[in-house]
Design a protein. Structure first.
Length: 320
């Protein structure tokens, strides 16, 4: 006598993202997966019904006529939809029509797209650096299995470092591909002072690479000439080319203090976009304590390019 439904366990084997690509447990680069069902029953398993849905969603019920003859292994096409976690549900029925009320389930993450939104920042958006040692901030997203690897190269400014290879892999030395990390210490190339450009590609665990790299440049300036009014590197809006507000954030890196300022003395800064610009444009209320992160109010009328100038002086003295 058999009054109990079958019992089952389900496994899914995903597909690589491209020919010759990686096969990673729990991930699939294609909607086509392989479904394996291990089942037991007091009589015999006769029929099965398979459904799938986003992971965490209630299992879809089997429609009338949705049961088909049982097979232990079969190809299954995941439903159309966005990348992300999926669940496949299997209901079994034996020869006596005892049917599972709760399905067996297996999970897999669909990942058909490469990482996107790659962003690379040097020293929090600084435009200049007096040291070859810098800190990189790397970010990006992947709706499937997440960003797994990154490749960072320093290259000429002519765009000669390009992409090419299986899955869109960049032309990076194998030693440059490493596990993804949001920050990384980097030593800029040796040589004369001047512009340095870094590029980064991101890759998911299946080996699918972002089609275009994130790119950022910084100017290496290790020899700082004496300047009567001092010198500083300024980055507006973290290096962004556009601003939607007249109030902008300004990163300031002091390169040399104003002439006559004692070592370690407190300094004041005036930020202005007025033209023609000179230190005399700065009113007493415009001078503020110099900080690495400041704000500036753009006062020129209308949209269009702006030039933001920074003046330095020792605290409590005349403008330098």
């Amino acid at each position: 006598m058999d009054t109990q439904p079958p019992q089952a366990s389900v496994k899914l084997a995903g597909a690589p993202a491209f020919d010759g690509g990686l096969v990673v447990p729990g991930l699939t680069g294609s909607r086509q997966v392989n479904l394996s069902v291990a089942a037991t029953d007091a009589s015999a398993v006769a029929r099965m019904c398979v459904t799938d849905a986003p992971a965490g969603a209630p299992p879809a019920p089997c429609a009338a006529g949705g049961f088909a003859p049982f097979v232990a292994e079969q190809a299954w096409a995941l439903a159309e939809g966005a990348d992300g976690p999926r669940a496949v549900y299997v209901y079994l029925q034996d020869e006596l029509n005892n049917t599972m009320t709760s399905p067996a389930v297996a999970a897999v993450t669909l990942d058909t797209q490469p990482p996107s939104g790659a962003r690379l920042v040097i020293n929090a958006g600084a435009a200049f650096t007096a040291s070859r040692g810098v800190t990189l901030q790397i970010s990006g997203g992947d709706a499937g299995g997440g960003v797994a690897f990154m490749c960072i190269v320093e290259s000429a400014d002519d765009g000669s470092a390009g992409a090419g290879g299986a899955g869109g892999a960049p032309a990076c030395p194998a030693a440059s591909v490493e596990p993804f990390a949001p920050t990384k210490a980097w030593l800029l190339s040796d040589g004369p002072d001047g512009r340095r450009t870094l590029r980064t590609w991101l890759s998911d665990a299946l080996g699918r690479v972002s089609p275009a790299p994130a790119e950022v440049s910084i100017t290496l300036s290790t020899q700082q000439p004496a300047a009567p009014g001092g010198a500083a590197a300024v980055a507006v809006g973290g290096g962004a080319a556009l601003a939607s507000s007249r109030t902008v954030s300004v990163g300031v890196q002091l390169l040399s203090p104003p002439a006559g300022a004692a070592a370690g003395a407190a300094l004041e800064a005036c930020l202005t976009d007025r033209a023609p610009a000179s230190a005399s444009d700065c009113k007493a209320s415009d001078w503020r304590p110099l900080q690495a992160s400041m704000t500036a109010a753009l006062k020129s009328k209308g949209d269009g390019p702006r030039q933001l100038r920074l003046y330095l002086r020792a605290a409590g003295t005349a403008a330098g």
